[in-house]
Design a binder for this molecule. Sequence first.
Ligand code: NIG
Ligand code: FE
Length: 390
Amino acid sequence: MTLLIDNIGELVTNVVGAGDGGPLGIRRDAALLIEEGRVAWVGAAADAPAADRRIDARGAAALPGFVDSHAHLVFAGDRAAEFVARMAGQPYTGGGIRTTVAATRAATDGQLRRTVGRLRAEALRQGTTTIEIKSGYGLNVAEEARALRIAREFTDETTFLGAHVVPVEYTDRPDDYVGLICGPMLAAARPHARWIDVFCERGAFDVDHARAILACGQAAGLGVRVHANQLGPGPGVQLGVELGAASVDHCTHLSDADVDALADAPTVATLLPGAEFSTRSPYPEARRLLDAGVTVALATDCNPGSSYTSSMSFCIALAVREMGMTPAEAVWAATAGGARALRRDDIGVLRPGARADLILLDAPSHLHLAYRPGVPLVTHVLHNGVPQCQ
Ligand code: NIG
Ligand code: FE
């Protein structure tokens, strides 16, 4: 079975050197052939091969599906009241994480599975074809393993975040909690996780604890990611670079040394503007990172506390309006950038051999994702070459 997407007015390939020569590798009046879940051919619509089925894009824009490389979907309850208080001037401290931990521990497997499934479906409808899902609201051996087991039902990109905060029962013994994470919790999480993450921040884990936790995860074969420099300046970004992290996430408060370290490293800076929006915080300085040559990704950080959005389009609009990114840079960061942050070369790009994860917009250009904020422009989502119900 082959499927041809024909009459694409603007095709964003993210293939350097293709099309217009820009970073998005834009081809105009293009077509794309899919076979067995992969892109089989990309070229001019005039040269399109015959196929078993055909979708007429009618001049619309097509681009790789969004890669949301940072989300916390395994939770119960919500914290709408906390959001309302913040909008009235209360600061975000991360203290509400413990509220969600209590609600999550009290939930059944079925309740958690329904929440993850609802949010995964919500994201997919909006064009997110790959999503990373973290644990981090269980914070004991059984609960972290349960969260990852459920997350694994929805994605291959699962992240063990037992080091989200120190749970109340270990408040006076953080060293013991770090021992628990590196011992039985890691052993229980490992079969269900690809990555390990630590919230390295004042009030969460200090740099020594964070290094110890990430090192034992790495020794067990997990890739490293870090929640770093979200609420204030700190050592998280440089720790991530030191350990060869795939990504350091948030990057809201960066020193020149942090930016220099990232510029010289393969580590991606993943920016999460939904969190700044929902916590009324200053946005990360994307322009400064890009001008220094740092690879930037955009992700939602979808969680019930700091950023309850699953919309990558919204993050693109914020990045353009508030963070000095061009629409092209923001779209690249939300697709190819996310793929880099997950160390994947089969997604975030549309070239022969890549996974056929792509979206069509009710718009002639990717520019409209930022230009028309809040508008549901995604009309078609193809995941592994299969059209999803819209
Ligand atoms: O990435 N910063 C730490 N963790 C989440 C927030 C989690 C929460 O508030 O529930 C974040 O913003
Ligand atoms: Fe997060």
